[in-house]
Design a protein around this ligand. Structure first.
Ligand code: GLC
Ligand code: CA
Length: 534
């Protein structure tokens, strides 16, 4: 393929804490990831994105960073990291890191210094400290994870801003030290050979200089999305990404080729999202529509058209997402173990046929449902506590993976290890990877088949997608001589003419059953009329 690698790659999201535990402390780690890289190469993905594994007090499981250029001892050390990258590259896998620029941890040396300093001391200017209004915070902004976005410095009139948990103070991007540090952080990891970065809460960073209340100061808390217009998406942010693009472009001439920026940009209208993927900013931004729409052909088609239009308008590549560590698992969103599982398989079959990049969240290839009944005493996501249990939070999609039917924690940890950091339900046994490898009807094998075919048929390339006439609730499109059809309706529908090359599940009739889909290669039965010579 001649297009740049990131335009069509399938990237597997590794939630490090829950992927594989090598040393038996019940927490996933980098050696665990390295040990399982052959599994990922065999699955047929092109690379991995590692969620934050830097030193962190873990108020938000690593999205609160104490030191941006080291590895948390719970996950290993820099040598382990280097080995992971070397092994990944040896297997032909790219490695993306998570960079979190909007905030750091309260244990970051800058924040420790700021807290120890008096109000008005320059050390506080790297963050947003402000005087409260009597006993009330400086403004009415609410945190994304529930509660006020401000925490009072004990015994003083000053408060600090945190759009997420109080453990994650927001950096003041108008202070020159902040952009300077992050530029160094990018170079540190680029020099170590990473292929790019996923940028966390990328629409954040700058706040409106007056920190004024918007019309609905509580909107963020209600929607868990970047709704407050004064807290997010300030125009100055684009200068940062232009600078970052220039940095990664400096590295594009090594053997690795392009190093990329992929943004987690949430809560914005399409027009604003487009600004983030202009030619001199990020390469890509996740398309999150499919996380929110139901399993319904019309909704899918609109989401796909929006994604394709965004890419065409900006020159970016579509970046499809069906699941991640912040969202209820796709099987559960689509109706749970049986119905939801069928639909999730059909949905991935659809995704794999689309042009652009695809992100796969760990465990979705096993068809894992959400662990909804996780007992409250085990819930570790700050969202659960900060909303007083009104929102269950994200633990249910972050349960340590089941690898084998036997052994401690289904092979997540070595035998005799401590219990995993979040308990696995007994029904996880039915989803473990080893048995799925051996079962040609498993979800894992379907993923593997689809990813092989996608690569062989070069479906990720930016070649046209043509919608075909379709009855309601059916989605059909052609890519060259391949036709993809997904039936989201209640009745069987006629299969396209042609040879079925892969199906989301086996069926015996001539029709495609509900909640299923397939790919067909069109046979040109009727010779085309000869073209007149001009
Ligand atoms: C992003 C991450 C999420 C994290 C938040 C704060 O949305 O995906 O997991 O909690 O940012 O960093
Ligand atoms: Ca471990």
């Amino acid at each position: 393929m001649t297009e740049a690698w990131w335009r069509h790659s399938v990237i597997y999201q590794v939630y490090v804490r829950s992927f594989a535990d090598s040393n038996g402390d019940g927490i996933g780690d980098l050696k665990g990831v390295t040990g399982r890289l052959p599994y990922l190469a065999d699955l047929g993905v092109d690379g991995i994105w590692l969620t934050p594994c830097y030193p962190s007090p873990q108020y938000d499981h690593g999205y609160d960073i104490e030191n941006h250029t080291d590895i948390d001892p719970a996950y290993g050390d820099l040598d382990d990291f280097d080995q992971l990258v070397a092994e990944a590259h040896r297997l032909g896998l790219r490695v993306l890191l998570d960079v979190v620029p909007n905030h750091c941890a309260i244990t970051h040396p800058w924040f420790v210094e700021a807290l120890a300093a008096e109000p008005g001391n320059p050390a506080r200017e790297r963050f947003h400290f402000a005087d409260g209004d009597g006993d009330a915070p400086p403004n009415g902004w609410r945190s994304m994870f529930g509660g006020p976005a401000w925490t009072r410095v004990p015994g003083t009139s000053q408060w600090y801003l945190h759009l997420f948990t109080p453990g994650q103070p927001d950096c003041n991007w108008r202070h020159p030290d902040v952009p300077e540090m992050f530029a160094k952080v990018l170079r540190f990891w680029l020099d170590r050979g990473v292929d790019g970065f996923r940028i966390d809460a990328a629409q954040g960073l700058f706040k409106h200089p007056e920190l004024a209340d918007g019309d609905e100061p509580g909107a963020d808390e209600l929607t868990r999305d970047a709704a407050n217009p004064n807290a997010w998406n300030q125009p100055e942010v684009h200068e940062v990404y232009r600078g970052w693009r220039a940095i990664v472009d400096e590295y594009a001439h090594s053997d690795l080729g392009d190093r990329v920026l992929v943004g987690e940009v949430t809560g914005l209208a399409q027009a604003h999202l487009a600004d983030y993927v202009r030619a001199d900013e990020m390469h890509q931004a996740f398309l999150f529509d499919l996380l929110h729409v139901p399993f319904e052909a019309g909704e899918y088609r609109r989401a796909i058209d929006r994604g394709l239009a965004l890419a065409a308008q900006t020159g970016s590549a579509p970046t499809w997402v069906l699941g991640n560590h912040d969202t209820t698992r796709v099987v559960t969103r689509y109706g749970g173990a049986s119905l939801g599982a069928e639909r999730a398989r059909a949905a991935f079959l659809l995704l794999a046929a689309l042009p652009g990049a695809v992100y796969v969240y760990q465990g979705d290839e096993l068809g894992l449902p959400e662990y909804i009944d996780l007992p409250d005493e085990h819930r570790a996501d700050p969202i659960f506590r900060r909303t007083g249990g009104r929102q269950l939070g994200r633990d249910g999609c972050r349960i340590p993976l089941p690898w084998t039917s036997e052994g401690t924690s289904y092979g997540f940890s070595p035998d005799g290890a401590q219990a995993p950091w979040l308990p696995q339900p007994p029904w996880f046994a039915a989803y473990e990877a080893d048995s799925q490898q051996a079962d040609s009807a498993s979800t894992l094998r379907l993923y593997r088949d689809l990813l092989r075919l996608r690569r062989d048929l070069e479906l990720g390339l930016d070649t046209p997608l043509t919608w075909l006439d379709q009855p309601p609730h059916v989605l059909t499109f052609a890519r060259g001589d391949l036709v993809c059809l997904v039936n989201t309706g209640p009745d069987p529908v006629p299969a396209p003419d042609g040879d079925l090359i892969v199906a989301s599940r086996p069926w015996t009739s001539a029709a495609v059953p509900p909640n299923s889909g397939g790919w067909w290669r069109m046979t040109r039965s009727r010779p085309r009329p000869a073209r007149l010579r001009r």
